[in-house]
Design a protein around this ligand. Structure first.
Ligand code: SF4
Length: 357
């Protein structure tokens, strides 16, 4: 749980109860102080040691000197006309990443989703994604991932916004499963009932298909899983997602079939639709065959245009026909309305504000 600044101080936003109990012991305090600290940081969401009044003043002073409790620093916050808010964070070592708060994605359920980043930049090079054009600087620490949630929650809970994060998706910058240990630790902290207490149903880890890590994920977490699929045959997927050359669809689909999905859960399949590339009826029929027997919900995402892709959004009638073909085969296919397009916060657009000028 060392901090990213490299000064040797532990970053407590990435610390488990056990870590904090060991820390208390190392400081000559009873172990239960560790649990008190955990509750103060994650459950009561206190951002300053001085406000942890159930902890002795001397220990608070020691902690303030020896440990880091800083949340990521937002250098820019941009609000969309639709209420979406995009945060650009920058770390002391000059690394930038973004989070997007998306309120009311389903009005009747009052769902407010935070999309978090797991890396600054991304090395996978998906050809429709802006983040792919940014150099990958480094993995984010668990503290930086959890810190995104705490920082955004503090911002949106102000009375003039009156927001509350209910769901977290690891779909921001980066491939979560290439930063496996930090992502798993962050997910465990987010879902710890004694801490932030998000339901595992409300935390989704997305992957472009790092197949060996999908097996690991099934062993380590019970959060939701999303697959950024975007094609129904290897030929197309190789073209738009280079990772498919390493782990082709057969390996990816096998991993899904063997995944220990908890009862009444489904995978989320993300399908970015690219005009005349993966949006034909033939693609839809192949997709039906590919996913046969796997419990899924499919999100159809017409490409959000940006300057660094050669692809075009699909024609509306092709989107409708594609969706109908999936529904006709009894697949739950939902057409997602882009959110935050005016502030480049929509899916696949993250990075413009985070990339170095
Ligand atoms: S879509 Fe995801 S995995 Fe692919 S380049 Fe973009 S951030 Fe990386």
């Amino acid at each position: 749980m060392k901090n990213a600044a490299g000064d040797g101080r532990p970053a407590l936003l990435g610390a488990s109860v056990q870590d904090l109990e060991s820390l208390a012991e190392a400081l000559g305090e009873p172990r239960y102080r560790g649990r008190q600290l955990f509750t103060a940081i994650f459950n009561r969401r206190i951002a300053d040691f001085a406000e942890m009044t159930d902890i002795p003043a001397g220990l608070r002073q020691t902690l303030a000197t020896a440990c880091e409790l800083d949340r990521p620093h937002a250098t820019t916050i941009v609000a969309s006309v639709d209420g979406t808010r995009k945060y650009r964070f920058e770390t002391p070592d000059g690394v930038a990443f973004e989070s997007v708060y998306i309120p009311e994605v389903a009005k009747e359920r009052h769902t407010h989703t935070l999309c978090v980043s797991s890396q600054s930049g991304c090395s996978l090079g998906c050809r429709f994604c802006f983040t792919a054009s940014i150099k990958r600087y480094r993995n984010l620490t668990a503290a930086e991932i959890v810190g995104q949630v705490l920082a955004v929650q503090a911002d949106v809970s102000r009375p003039e916004i009156d927001g509350k994060i209910t769901n977290i998706v690891f779909m921001g910058m980066g491939e979560p499963l290439l930063n496996y240990d930090n992502v798993v630790r962050a997910a465990q902290l987010l879902t710890d009932p004694a801490g932030l207490d998000f339901s595992t149903r409300r935390v989704t880890i997305s992957t472009a298909g790092i197949v060996p890590r999908i097996y690991d994920l099934g062993r380590d977490l019970t959060t939701q899983v999303a697959i950024s699929l975007n094609a129904s045959c290897d030929e197309t997927r190789n073209r738009i997602m280079p990772i498919n050359r390493k782990w082709p669809l057969s390996a990816l689909i096998k991993a899904l079939r063997e995944y220990p999905l908890p009862r009444r859960r489904r995978f989320t399949i993300e399908y970015v639709m690219l005009g005349n590339v993966n949006d034909s009826l033939r693609d839809a029929e192949q997709l039906v065959r590919l996913l046969d027997g796997i419990p899924v919900k499919i999100n159809l995402l017409p490409l959000n245009p940006h300057s660094r892709t050669e692809y075009e959004p699909p024609a509306p009638e092709r989107v409708t026909a594609f969706q109908q073909a999936l529904r006709g085969a009894n697949l739950n296919a939902i057409l997602r309305t882009p959110r935050g397009q005016d502030i480049a916060a929509a899916c696949g657009q993250l990075g413009p504000a985070a990339s170095p000028s």
